[in-house]
Design a protein around this ligand. Sequence first.
Ligand SMILES: *[C@@H]1O[C@H](CO)[C@@H](O)[C@H](O)[C@H]1NC(C)=O
Ligand SMILES: *[C@@H]1O[C@H](CO)[C@@H](O)[C@H](O)[C@H]1NC(C)=O
Ligand SMILES: *[C@@H]1O[C@H](CO)[C@@H](O)[C@H](O)[C@H]1NC(C)=O
Length: 379
Amino acid sequence: MANQRLRALLRWTKWADWAIAAVGFTIIIFVLTFFFDSSSTDGAASSVNLPASDLVDLTLLHNAKDRGALCLDGSLPGYHFQKGFGSGSNNWLLHIEGGGWCNTIESCSTRKTTALGSSNFMERQVSFSGILSSDPSQNPDFFSWNKVKIHYCDGASFAGRPESEFKNGTNLFFRGQLIWEALMDELLSVGMSNAKQAFLTGCSAGGLAAVIHCDDFRERLPQHATVKCLADASFFLDESDVQGNRTMRSFYDDVFHLQGVAKSLDKNCLSRMGNSSCLFPREFIKNIRTPVFIVNPAYDFWQIRNILVPDVSDPQGYWQTCRLNIHSCNPNQLEILKGFRNSLLNALSEFQQKNEAGMFTWMAETWHSPSSPRINSKD
Ligand SMILES: *[C@@H]1O[C@H](CO)[C@@H](O)[C@H](O)[C@H]1NC(C)=O
Ligand SMILES: *[C@@H]1O[C@H](CO)[C@@H](O)[C@H](O)[C@H]1NC(C)=O
Ligand SMILES: *[C@@H]1O[C@H](CO)[C@@H](O)[C@H](O)[C@H]1NC(C)=O
């Protein structure tokens, strides 16, 4: 059984774009009792017509305009929806895409001109593969479920608030929380209100959004439904960089203040810390009442490139090659990487002590997926 779960997880790594780069699995930690009952994934496919193509159209959120739920540039948010069938008709899988955050007027204004800030730039059709695939051989657990790929276009993990918008002609909409609420209502109205099982997942900044909103998601669904959340490569650490500067902390602090995200964050954490540290999963994930599953590389190269060795802290380019490929690191750098990895494992083991929690880490040896997000989405 454990093996079966593990295999399912290995398959999952395929759907995360960035995880294409994960070459080897050296460290495999705890897979606790967390998974959907495998009886729910029966072979009903043979008796049902599979969708002809896994290309799925973009839907612009219908109720968004009335509710002021807008992307950074004021355009309507979008998602791709594929209806479930057969045994999956009442099951829902949501996947929130990643893409970093914007922390300044300047970086948010740049983001407005991309799909991460505006539906004007979103692809009209996307192909559903991996965990979103309707091919049972590719995706035996979820192929028949209702599946929704949610575009991320607010720059603050669906936690921004309009109260923080500038009133002086700086045309930026901070509506992440409103997008989340409008999206939930829309999905509930097209069948999610009858969900028997529901799974909220996300990658990177999208995984952060999934855990921020996990309990809220739970509360919107029928009481008898089985609801779980998954954060993939989203366990961002509050660690110093190689110069000893708190680059990530101050970056999150900027996001927190710019978009006024406090009201969307965990109340317990806020009453304890009262500040932007509550954006770090380590600080609030233990308070989540809904089962959460964590998938994270132990050598998380996104975090290495952006938290441990951000560009500003490596002006000499001493880390240039090591940052991209662990085989190019010298012994001193390897020690520092190991230290970072240990911090990650320590933080995860705190989380692991929680019942029903699950986690999975692996080692990503290289990191060169074109879609791997940077903090400021400069590339
Ligand atoms: C609006 O206010 C912000 C914050 O005070 C400032 O940084 C920005 O430059 C202002 N924008 C304009 C267009 O005046
Ligand atoms: C990082 O900290 C050092 C002192 O340890 C300081 O001189 C430097 O300006 C800081 N760099 C950044 C990018 O803040
Ligand atoms: C938030 O508060 C905690 C506890 O007082 C403190 O350790 C941490 O440095 C603060 N974080 C920020 C970003 O100010």
